[in-house]
Design a protein around this ligand. Structure first.
Ligand SMILES: [Zn+2]
Length: 163
């Protein structure tokens, strides 16, 4: 993995790519792999990696300890919030997690943080330059290329008050 490919342009600030993930991978250079939890009983398509249905809490980034079937690392969710000061031992992780390193990196290089917010609902920070507005009702994502249109929905709310 060439980290220069996913390095944000301004130090300390995420853009298409996450600064925290870049910093984490830089800090733990070496045999860092990406794993996806395949044992989740809530997921119907549990064995395969799918960039459109990826759940952050199911992704583990770390170093395998082959003879122990374990991984030393952190969850992607944790890394994205703040670069963790310590790594954890995930016992038997190699049994319940699939190695998705290649697919993940390829998709991440391609679409950046849209991989972790594919709904484009805007919970990410530093997204000022994410969209190009074609007009008042249409926009295009500069990271992954998706085009969206505005839809306004009327919501009628009933509130019961006892007064
Ligand atoms: Zn996008």
């Amino acid at each position: 993995m060439n980290l220069n490919l996913i390095k944000p342009k301004v130090k300390g600030e995420s853009d298409k790519y996450s600064w925290n993930l870049y910093k984490y991978l830089h800090k733990y250079k070496g045999n860092t792999r990406v794993y996806y939890n395949k044992s989740d009983i809530m997921s119907s398509d549990k064995d395969s990696y799918n960039k459109n249905t990826l759940r952050l809490s199911d992704i583990l980034v770390g170093t395998p300890v082959e003879h122990e079937d374990s991984v030393i690392g952190n969850s992607l969710l944790e890394i994205l919030r703040k670069v963790p000061s310590q790594q954890y031992w995930y016992q038997s992780a190699l049994i319940t997690y699939s190695d998705i390193t290649e697919e993940f990196y390829n998709d991440y290089i391609d679409i950046g943080r849209c991989l972790i917010d594919n709904s484009h609902t805007g919970w990410l920070r530093n997204t000022d330059n994410r969209f190009t507005y074609i007009n008042d009702n249409e926009r295009k994502c500069n990271w992954c290329g998706i085009e969206q249109h505005r839809e306004v929905e009327e919501v009628i709310k009933h509130v019961t008050n006892w007064i």
